[in-house]
Each structure stands twice: as C-alpha cells, then as structure tokens.
Design a binder for this molecule. Structure first.
Ligand code: BES
Ligand code: MG
Ligand code: ZN
Length: 530
C-alpha cells in the first residue's frame, strides 16, 4: 500500500475522496470491487476462459462469476455492467464487472473514461464508500499513469449533484458518498509516475468542481462582486509565489476607456467588476498565455429581451469565466513554468431605464466603434474590451471561452464546443489537449465572408449582432477577432457544452453544470510545459 493522497476541498457540497495504490484485489476490506472485462473474456456461445482478477473472483465464489455472466448474457460491451454480491468470499460485499469492449479496440482514454463513469455512478448509487478498483485497460499502449489519472478524474467528477439548497436531502438517492478508492496496479507499475498524475487529477477535479459550483449557484448569489471575491480568496489562500490580482471597479474601467464592457453593465443594479489575474513563474518563461472568460452573471437579453424559456438558464452565461476561475485555482497549485494572464469582464445584462439600447453606438477601449443592433449579443461586446486589454499585456497567445451563441448549440449540440481561430498551430495544440483531456471541441471555419456581416452595413466600425441571420457562431467570433490584432487567438464557444441536458457525459450527469474547459486548459498548459 502506497502513500495516501487526500482530496479535501473546502466546500461541503462536493465529494471528498482518498486514493491509495495497492497491488492486489483483496488486501483491503471494501464495499465493492470494480474490475474490467473484455469481450474476448466472454465469447458468445463459448465457455469463458478467465484469467487474472476475473479468475480470482470466479474461484472465490465457486464458478459464480461464470454462472452469473451466462444468466445475464454478459458480453462485456463497453460500459455494460455485471453486479453481484460475493457474500464476503472476498473482502468485499459486492463485485462490479465493467465491460471494456473488444481488447483490440481499446486504445483511447475516452473508452476508459466511459467505462469508469458508468461503473462509478453505479458504485455511488450502491452507496459504496470504499472501493477496490482495478486500473483497467493496460493491455494495449495506454500509459498506466494516464489511465489512473483518467479514472481518478472521472471518479471525482461523474457522480455530482448540487443539493445545497434542498432543505430535505434525499438520502436514498445517495450521490458522492465514495470515501476511499484503492487503485489496484500491477507490481511492476511505476508508482512515482502514477502518484504524480493522481495529484494532477485531484487538482484538476477540484478546479472543475469550483467552476461547477460557480455556475450552479443562482444569479442572486453569483454576481460580479461574488466572482471577484472568489478569485481574491483563491489568491489569498495560496502559497504560490508570483501571483498578482487586480480587481477593477466601474471607475477604473471608465479610466481605461472600456466603453463597450461598461455599456452592457449599465442596465444592472450590480456593479461590474473586471478581474485581472497574473501569474509569473520563477523560471524565465518563453510562453505567456492569456485566458479570457465571458462573465455575464445573468443574461436577460437586455432591452432585446429574451423569451422566458430562453432566459431560464441564463445564470450559466458566466460558464466561461467559471472555467478560467477554476483554472486560476489549478494554476495556484501546479507551479507551471509559463506566464499566465486571466481576465474576466464580469457584469449582468439587464433591461432598465439605464440599460444600453439597440441603436446605441459605443466606443471600445481599442478606439473602434460599434453600433448595437441587438443588446442580447452582449457577450462579444464585453469580450471586445477584455480581449483587447488582455492583448495589451503582450501574451504569446490568447484564448477566450464563452457561452456566446445559440447557433453553436444548433450546429454541434451539447456534444462539442465550437473552436474558431486566427492561428492553426495554436488551434491544433488546443484541439490535441482537449482530446487528451476528454473534452470535445470542433473547429468551425473562419472564411472572410463571415466578416462582412459584422463590419459592414452600419454607420459605426462594427455591428454587434451582424446583419444576416446566418453562421451566427462565426459572426460572433469574427466580431471578437477585430480586437485581438496579430496575437494568435482561439475562441471557444461553450454555449452547448456548459450544461448538458440530453445525456450524461463521462464527467457530468445531465442537467448539471459541466465546468467545461478546465480540464482541456490544464492539459494544454501541461503539454506546453514539457
Ligand atoms: N448567452 C447567449 C448565448 C446562449 C444561447 C448561451 C443559448 C447558451 C444557450 C448570448 O448572449 C446570446 O444571447 N446570443 C444571441 C446572439 C444573437 C442576438 C446575435 C443568440 O445566440 O441568440
Ligand atoms: Mg445574450
Ligand atoms: Zn450571453
């Protein structure tokens, strides 16, 4: 048994779990044993030939595993489950076999994540507190430390619910009760590497859970000041050196000439806050990455008011800022050799006597002017000033993340975030990192044609919502592009992925905030550090 890594986030609302490394199935008493199985282990119309842990389990219950598998026609398809009691013939009450599909086809961490998320959600609903969990999928080229990390991240993130405001907690539907995971690894495994990846998993999961919490909290709690205070707290509690944080209030933003951002904010009784975080590593950094998150704490649409149904969920219009705030939390622990700037222009988009109007012409911090033809296209207006200010810090690349358009939900559903860019190398690095991290992004084209709609047909330099009803996501991206100049830039539109409603993802049960982007960004920064 190796040293313990404990995950102890401060919030009571999220799971705490400890991970241990162990070598065998049966060394510690557990509520549940989780083991993976391949389709080749359970051939159709043939007697299963089991080895390894499956054999050990089958022997312990006198051929019981084979009998149950036959009875249930278990074929070990990816994500299929076989759960049965073992009557303490091993040091556990139950066994859960999770199908990994065909051995030949298991070559991607996302297959591991899928099997793990299904298994761990069942484990959680069985109220298992202690689990002996085989690190599965080692037969092919996948790296054991990476598999362990994937399993740890999914374990901490897949069983999630936000029940803080329920006065009667539903104890029968017990989620997030897992306390201890004994990860079973082969005796030849490089424990140090696994431990290092597990630590990263814990930091990553904690960052995602923070982002989720910010998104899930209602908009009467999470206002611009709340976001700013959250970052203040993270920085204050951190022992990491090289951190600076500036919170700009309305007057500060006026001095800087942020006429676009402040116009969106002016309809709300909540004062806007501009968050400017900076991390400078001790070592000399060749890279300086700026992250900018859309931080609309509630999007009513403003005077171009949204219909009731479309407004219902608009507390999540700060999911981009939640992702970069989660990232800040991770940055304070990862000791990265990269300079990082994070910015959020936080405000609320409200209709009122002081609200900005369709027809208004605004002067942005860059000096460029824009006519407003729809106050509901507010995200890009706030981003205009925030990406411009971020570029003034001279980053080597800038990445913005925003719940920007309903059009991206039409195009990609909740399955993938839209990626748009002015630089294919940066885009490819991000795409690779997100793929590795298990978050899907899909690139949308940025043909010149799309630019016309936002830079023509108005008496100002730009028209915020564009003139045509086509290619809405690209129009939004083209608008933001006007403010990044030559800086390599990627825009992520997460309107579809920030809150899955149709199905569970590996990381997020449906109808919950995903915290999308945090894992991909962490992976991107890690890859850059190597
Ligand atoms: N926050 C919305 C985008 C959005 C829509 C996010 C659905 C999540 C789900 C954004 O501010 C918005 O309202 N965009 C408009 C732009 C349009 C007026 C050009 C939209 O997509 O309808
Ligand atoms: Mg809007
Ligand atoms: Zn919005």
């Amino acid at each position: 048994m190796s040293e313990v890594i404990a995950f102890k986030p401060k919030s009571k609302n999220i799971m705490t779990a400890k991970f241990h490394l162990t070598k065998d199935l049966n060394s510690t008493k557990a509520d549940l044993i989780i083991v993976g199985a391949y389709q080749e282990d359970f051939p159709k119309d043939k007697e299963p030939e089991l080895n390894g842990f499956l054999n050990e389990i089958n022997d312990a219950c006198e051929n019981g595993l084979i009998q149950i598998a036959k009875l249930e026609a278990f074929e070990a398809k990816l994500g299929s489950l076989l759960v049965f009691p073992i009557f303490n013939k091993l040091k556990a009450e139950r066994v859960l076999i999770v199908g990994l599909g065909s051995k030949k086809e298991l070559n991607n961490l996302n297959q591991i994540r899928k099997a793990c998320s299904i298994a761990i959600r069942r484990a959680d609903s069985l109220k298992a507190k202690t689990i002996n969990f085989e690190v599965f999928g080692l037969e092919n080229k996948l790296d054991i430390a990476q598999i362990s990390r994937a399993i740890a991240e999914v374990t901490l993130l897949a069983p999630y619910k936000f029940d803080k405001y329920l006065s009667q907690k539903d104890e029968n539907k017990k989620f997030m009760g897992i306390e201890t995971i004994n990860l079973i690894v082969p005796s030849t495994a490089a424990e140090k590497q696994i431990q290092a990846q597990l630590e990263k998993a814990l930091i990553s999961a904690e960052a995602v859970l923070l982002a989720r919490e910010l998104i899930a909290e209602p908009p009467n709690i999470v206002n611009p000041a709340y976001l700013a205070e959250t970052v203040q707290k993270i920085v204050k509690e951190s022992s990491q050196t090289g951190l600076t944080l500036k919170i700009l209030n309305k007057a500060d933003c006026e001095k800087l000439g942020m006429g676009a951002f402040l116009a969106v904010a002016q309809g709300s009784a909540n004062e806007p806050k501009f968050i400017h975080f900076h991390y400078k590593p001790k070592v000399k950094a060749s890279q300086h990455i700026a992250f900018v998150g859309k931080g609309i704490t509630f999007d009513s649409g403003g005077l171009s008011l949204k219909p009731a149904k479309a407004m219902e969920k608009m507390k999540y219009d700060m999911a981009g800022s939640a992702a970069v705030i989660g990232l800040i939390k991770a940055i304070t622990k990862l000791n990265l050799p990269i300079e990082i700037t994070v910015m959020v222009a936080a405000c609320e988009n409200m209709p009122s006597g002081t609200a900005y109007r369709p027809g208004d012409i605004l002067t942005s911090m860059s000096g460029k002017t824009m006519e407003i033809n729809n106050t509901d296209a507010e995200g890009r207006v706030t981003l205009a000033d925030s990406v411009y200010y971020a570029c003034q810090q001279k980053p080597t690349a800038i990445i913005d993340i925003a719940t920007l358009t309903g059009a991206i939900v039409v195009a990609l559903g909740e399955t993938a975030a839209g990626l748009m860019t002015n630089n294919s190398e940066l885009a490819n690095n991000l795409k690779q990192a997100f793929e590795e991290a298990g978050e899907r992004v899909w690139e949308m084209p940025m043909y010149d044609d799309y630019e016309e709609s936002v830079v023509k047909g108005t008496i100002a330099d730009m028209l915020n919502a564009g003139s045509g009803g086509q290619a809405g996501s690209q129009n939004g991206a083209m608008f933001i592009k006007q403010f990044v100049g030559e800086t390599p830039w990627v825009h992520l539109d997460i309107a579809g992925t920030c809150w899955p409603e149709k199905r569970d993802t590996h990381f997020t049960p449906k109808n919950n905030p995903a915290g999308f982007g945090v894992l991909g960004f962490i992976k991107y920064l890690e890859n850059l550090s190597q």
